[in-house]
Design a protein around this ligand. Structure first.
Ligand code: AMP
Length: 295
């Protein structure tokens, strides 16, 4: 595996690969890698000639700066894991390889920076107003900002994202379409621990007691999947809330049943074309998200 720290150098290298008619698969991450990330690399290996993984803890998508500070940084272990997953290229830039001083200052001054749109107007409509977008204002602008920059550096043919961040996938798809980027976005299934907990870099911040209880998140989603037929979305929401709040260590930030395309809440299963149950739970120090496709 080759490791690049410089945007310019990886760009030149990938230019050579592209001119030899090889396809490039790309998985952007924030590191602290686990089997969920490895599954993206495996999917990219299957579908592309050369696989690039980036590790960059992106400050502009954090609404809570203490969360940014606490985000685990484990580059050596990540690099070994990627090596054993046969990843071809790791891109691990420092912040100034990605952002200009103006962009860093905009973040410091809490100004929502739209310069990544490069003169275009990218409007996510209602996609970024619900769920994560509602709880974390500016989060998806930061995600789109960094992903658009990484896409311009790597110029992949295909980019691989986890379905765990369901809303993020919708926002990225919308961005790629609006910016007319010629990149196929591939969604990969959620990888889980044995007890059903969705793998996440944040799981390592759970206390032992919290770790024992958080299987309730997936248990709740499974109960939703088993019971949605014939039920009302309101009843399911109340049931989900009861199941989560049974555990005193967990607070429910939201539980929504939404249309998979529009991400807008569904009132009636009879008329909705698709349905995804999405959940965010807050524990003392950690916030976890998960989802399940009902149909
Ligand atoms: P992150 O490092 O958390 O920004 O995640 C990088 C990518 O890995 C995103 O596309 C995530 O959706 C994906 N990912 C994270 N956790 C999982 C998981 N448990 N299963 C599948 N994909 C995941």
């Amino acid at each position: 595996m080759i490791i690049f720290y410089s945007s310019e150098k990886i760009k030149n290298h990938l230019h050579g690969i592209r001119s030899r008619q090889k396809t490039i698969g790309f998985a952007p991450t924030m590191g602290a890698l686990h089997k969920g990330h490895v599954s993206l690399i495996a999917a990219a290996k299957e579908q592309c000639d050369v696989v690039v993984c980036s590790i960059f803890v992106n400050p502009t998508q954090f609404t809570d700066l203490s969360d940014l500070d606490k985000y685990p940084r484990t580059l050596d272990a990540d690099s070994s894991l990627l090596q054993s997953a046969n990843c071809d290229i790791l891109f691990a830039p420092e912040i100034n390889e990605i952002y200009s001083d103006e962009e860093i200052n905009a973040k410091k001054n809490n100004v929502e920076d739209k310069s990544w749109m490069m003169g275009k107007t990218v409007d996510f409509g209602l996609l970024d107003k619900v769920m994560e977008g509602a709880q974390r204002p500016g989060h998806f602008n930061g995600v789109a900002q960094v992903v658009s920059k990484l896409f311009r550096i790597v110029e992949p043919h295909k980019a691989f994202f986890g379905q765990k961040d369901f809303q993020q996938l919708s926002v990225i798809r919308s961005m790629v379409k609006q910016m007319e980027m010629n990149i196929e976005i591939v969604a990969c299934p959620i990888v889980r621990e044995k007890d059903g907990l969705a793998m996440s870099s944040r799981n390592r911040r759970l206390s032992a007691e919290e770790r024992k209880s958080v299987h309730a998140i997936y248990d709740t989603l499974i109960i939703m999947k088993k019971n949605y037929k014939g039920a009302s979305t309101e009843d399911l929401k109340m049931l989900a809330e009861r199941l989560i709040l049974k555990n005193p260590l967990m607070k429910l930030e939201y539980f929504d049943i939404v249309d998979a395309e529009t991400l807008q809440p569904i009132d009636d299963f009879k008329t909705a074309k698709s349905a995804v149950a999405c959940i965010a739970v807050k524990l003392s120090n950690v916030r976890l998200i998960d989802n399940i496709i009902l149909y």
